[in-house]
Design a protein around this ligand. Structure first.
Ligand code: HEC
Length: 204
């Protein structure tokens, strides 16, 4: 009995204490733990300043600035030759090393392909994934992920495969969100599937 009375009293007191804080002004100076950190001179977001002619405190980036993580080698970043004349024929050696050598690169590619590509292109690269099957069932006949085992796709440069993942094509969305090295690992796995599968003559 006594204990529960205690609880009621404490609860009532804390409710009134809280209510006292709400919506009331006070002449007392607020209590700051570390005052000099609270009062730093700084500009708030969107604030104006007379320091710059355009008055913006949020300064635009200096021209040509890239994030430190941005890949600058066009062969790796875009799958394209330095002079922009075409695609690189082979997976840049650097990205294989980056992912820990050929074995890890291959394993990563297989795993990432399973995550990102099988829904449409299926496990073998035949182009008959669940999304495709569903599309066909619902009559969306224009949605046709091609088989990877056609002559044409066997012979396109590695850089072009990379660019397809990066930019998408037709009904295939862009997979820019996959990190660069992983995109290359997937290219490696598509090549492995092509080597493993029987050739489908004339298939699109
Ligand atoms: C949402 C379904 C979907 C997913 C997921 C998908 N694709 Fe595709 N893909 C397609 C479709 C549809 C096409 C046919 C595009 C066209 O030619 O209009 C295609 C085409 C391609 C082509 C042929 C490009 C060419 O030159 O004709 C390649 C290569 C390819 N995809 C690779 C991949 C890889 C690798 C992944 C995983 C990162 C992937 N796709 C994920 C739907 C998908």
């Amino acid at each position: 009995m006594k204990a529960s009375l205690h609880i009621v009293v404490v609860a009532a007191l804390s409710v009134s204490a809280l209510a006292g804080c709400r919506g009331q002004t006070s002449r007392e100076t607020p209590i700051f733990g570390i005052r000099n950190m609270y009062d730093q001179p700084k500009f708030e977001l969107q604030e104006e300043t007379s320091m710059f002619p355009d008055k913006r405190t949020m300064r635009p980036l200096v021209e040509g600035v890239v994030a430190r993580s941005t890949e600058v080698d066009p062969a790796i970043a875009l799958g394209r030759l330095e002079d922009q004349s075409g695609y690189v024929m082979e997976i840049p050696k650097d990205v294989v090393t980056r992912l820990g050598g050929p074995e890890k690169f291959a394993a990563r590619g297989k795993e990432r392909y399973g995550v990102y590509c099988t829904p449409c292109h299926d496990n073998t690269g035949g182009g008959n994934g669940l999304v495709k099957q569903r599309a066909v069932k619902s009559g969306a006949t224009a949605f046709v992920p091609p088989t990877f085992h056609s002559d044409r796709l066997r012979h396109i440069p590695d850089g072009q495969l990379f660019a397809t993942i990066t930019n998408g094509k037709g009904n295939m969305p862009s997979y820019l969100q996959i990190p660069v090295a992983d995109r290359w690992a997937i290219v490696g796995y598509v090549r492995a599937l092509q080597v493993a599968a029987p050739k489908t003559e004339g298939a699109m």
